[in-house]
Structures are given as structure tokens and as C-alpha cells.
Design a protein around this ligand. Sequence first.
Ligand code: I3S
Length: 128
Amino acid sequence: CPSSPKQSSSPSEKCGVLNVTKITENGKKVRKSWSSSWAVLQGSSLLFAKGQGGSTSWKFGNQSKPEFTVDLRGGSVEWASKDKSSKKHVIELKTRRGTELLIQSEIDTVINDWYRTLTETVSTHAWE
Ligand code: I3S
């Protein structure tokens, strides 16, 4: 997936540009800070790399380290309630370790795809 600009349809590997912000880290509330990130799902790990959007984003694999990674095993995925963000199409991701992220895209087909893939990933890896 990082070696190709095309999005993979396999649930274990998917990538694309998303807006992301942490809202909680290890159980502690953190200040929201939305940024456009290149997101890569590999197995149950979701990696984000800042500033890798646009046409060169697929170079991520050999170009930069992920800014942060979350482990989806034992986590949850749901559509964020209105009080979490004023933006449209926002998904709330919670990890077992108490990190909460919001991910968002203006493009509803893009975010719906991520929602489907992430819920599949969480249910597939729930008991590992
Ligand atoms: O949940 P909040 O506090 O309304 O989130 C907004 C803020 O993080 C704001 O930044 P500062 O107030 O730190 O400058 C962001 O610009 C907004 O995007 C946040 O709200 P949305 O509803 O866009 O998630």
C-alpha cells in the first residue's frame, strides 16, 4: 500500500489522507490539534505521518517515520457524537490504552470506507 498511490481494498492494508487529532492520550485529555495526515493501516496498527498528503504521499514508506501509531486491538470505532466536533464525517477511535483520536474526511465515500475497514479490523483483532 505505501508503495502504490492506489488505495488497497484489503481490510488489513489501507492508506489515504485523513484529518486527525488526538483528544485523549493515555487517559488524559489533550488539546485538539487537527492536521492532515497520511494514514496507513497495516494489520491492527494504524500509522499516521504528518504533512505527507498530496501526490507524493505514497512515498511515505521509504521517506519518513510515522508520527504516531495506534494499536487497534481491543479498541473501538464509532461515529463521533456532535459534541466531539463540529466537523462532518468524524470517526472516534479509542484504544485499549486510553488514547482517543478523531479522524475525519470531507469526502463521505472516503470516511465511509475507513469506517468499514476500521470496524472490520477491530472485530477481527478483538481477542488477540
Ligand atoms: O472541541 P473544540 O475545542 O471546539 O475544538 C476546536 C479547537 O480545537 C480549535 O482550535 P483552538 O481553539 O485550539 O484554536 C480547532 O480549530 C477546531 O477545529 C476544533 O473544533 P472542531 O469542531 O473543528 O473539531
